[in-house]
Design a protein around this ligand. Structure first.
Ligand code: PBG
Length: 328
């Protein structure tokens, strides 16, 4: 028998299977995204993301207790404010939807790590990730004006008790701007996880329904990357590392396993996150609902591949299911 065959047989042995496996998933690998909505007593299901809902702050305590009891160490928060305007005022307010959510979560489960998404698309009435200006007859995001408000948003989250902030807007200089503002405000210890390589992806579709953040005109291609480019991702990552990012992220995950691999090889010393985004989740859910795929096997295979590619942590809407499957 050839050695590869013998080894594969050996790996079927129940005692050796786990011992010899190159990649193992654990609940400790997951960060679960949560959508927090203004108002009271509401839990509004997100139709394109079965099992997920927009929750009002009063529903958070029960939700996070369940999350913590499953062994999931962290959540990342997205907010849907009552009022949206051109500059996303709620995002910078100490009494905004995200600060309220952080306080509620910290009260219920102090041990749960609370990460916040730092971006404006959920807070602006035009749905873009920052301040929009007219230049040469068409509207576009003003990168540098946006840096200013990103800093204010991050500080508001820090004051409310966030454990980590995650800028996702792909603005140039966002990591440095946020780092500077956090340091000035006395939060030098607060880590920044940068969505360093984020693509202009069709896989964000369900999220934009969930977060009510679809751009009202144009698209995000002036600030998010072309899916065809991987070398460009390395340049984005390099800039964020130089600006002081503590953790890096590649997003989406499944169509970008090569990018995950490249980033991990280039910066093995930096923790790397990968975002298994809404469309990747919805795809598996829809196929499973039709009986075309086995949801458990498919999503554990997807998550394992993301980790195998080099991700240290995975942001995934399958986190709760995966914990139950891994236990069972
Ligand atoms: C932007 C943001 C987006 C996602 C996370 N942060 C959407 C976008 O860029 O339009 C998408 C995540 C997902 O699809 O699950 N703040």
């Amino acid at each position: 028998m050839f050695p590869t065959t013998r080894l594969r047989r050996l790996r079927q042995h129940p005692q050796l299977r786990d011992m010899l496996r190159e990649t193992t998933l654990s609940p400790r690998d997951f960060i679960l995204p949560l959508f927090v909505r203004f108002g009271r007593g509401e839990r509004i299901p997100i139709s394109s993301m079965p099992g997920h809902a927009q929750l009002t702050v009063d529903h958070l305590a029960d939700e996070v207790r369940e999350i913590a009891s499953l062994g999931i160490p962290a959540v990342i928060l997205f907010g849907i404010p009552e009022h949206k305007d051109a500059v996303g005022s709620d995002a910078c307010s100490d009494s905004g939807i995200i600060p309220q959510a952080i306080q509620a979560i910290k009260e219920a489960t102090p041990e749960l790590l609370v990460i916040t998404d730092v971006c404006f698309c959920e807070f602006t009435d035009h749905g873009h990730c920052g301040i929009v200006v007219e230049t040469g007859g068409h509207a576009d995001v003003d990168n540098d004006a946006t840096l200013e408000i990103l800093g204010r948003q991050a500080v508001a989250h820090a004051r409310a008790g966030a454990d980590m902030v995650a800028p996702s807007g792909m603005m140039d200089g966002m990591v440095r701007a946020i780092r500077t503002r956090l340091d000035e405000a006395g939060f030098a210890q607060l880590p920044v996880m940068s969505y360093a390589a984020k693509y202009a992806s069709a896989f964000y579709g369900p999220f934009r329904e969930a977060a009510e953040s679809a751009p009202q005109f144009g698209d995000r291609r002036t600030y998010q990357m072309d899916p065809a480019n991987a070398r460009e991702a390395m340049r984005e990552v390099q800039l964020d590392v130089a600006e002081g990012a503590d953790l890096l992220m590649v997003k989406p995950a499944l169509s970008y396993l090569d990018v995950i691999e490249r980033v991990k090889s280039a910066y093995p010393e930096l923790p790397l996150a990968a975002y298994n985004v809404s469309g990747e989740f919805a795809m598996v859910k829809a196929a499973a609902a039709n009986g075309w795929l086995d949801e458990r096997r498919t999503s554990l295979e997807v998550l394992t591949s993301i980790k195998r590619a080099g991700a240290d942590v995975i942001l995934t809407y399958h986190a709760k299911d995966a914990c139950r499957w891994l236990e069972g």
